[in-house]
Design a protein. Structure first.
Length: 133
């Protein structure tokens, strides 16, 4: 029987794999298992052993602690917070594609794209109005 921790570890595994642009098959081959096992880890259906977590951390170039980031008794006590919402956004394929495309550009185009995104963000926010009494 899996727990919320298993789900959290699976989400972190999927996020990192996608960020690196790896398929489940490629990652599975790197650690010597079948891709179906990666699927089960990512959806939380199977618990990841300590030895396997170490192998996955090596294959994904992250410390083992990465899989537990954002998971603490304090987080559970506070309930859903913006960091958890942000992590959902980061786990989407569209976000990973955008990040990969952004970092494949040179520095100057990245700066222009960031400036454009900031200006679009500012344009969508309602203007602050001073109320004079």
């Amino acid at each position: 029987m899996t727990s919320d921790i298993d789900l959290h570890v699976g989400k972190r595994l999927r996020r990192r794999r996608r960020l690196l642009g790896l398929t489940q098959q490629t990652l599975a081959e790197q650690v010597g298992i079948r891709f179906q096992q990666i699927q089960k880890y990512e959806c939380g259906a199977n618990r990841v052993s300590a030895a396997r977590l170490f192998e996955l951390s090596e294959a994904l170039s992250v410390p083992v602690q990465y899989f537990y980031e954002g998971l603490s008794a304090r987080d559970a006590y506070l309930g859903e917070d913006p960091a958890n919402i942000a992590s959902d956004v980061l786990s989407k394929k569209e976000t990973m594609d955008l990040v990969r495309a952004y970092y494949s550009m040179g520095e100057a185009p990245r700066k222009h794209l960031l400036d454009l995104a900031k200006s679009l963000e500012a344009a969508t926010k309602p203007a602050l109005r001073l109320v004079v009494q």
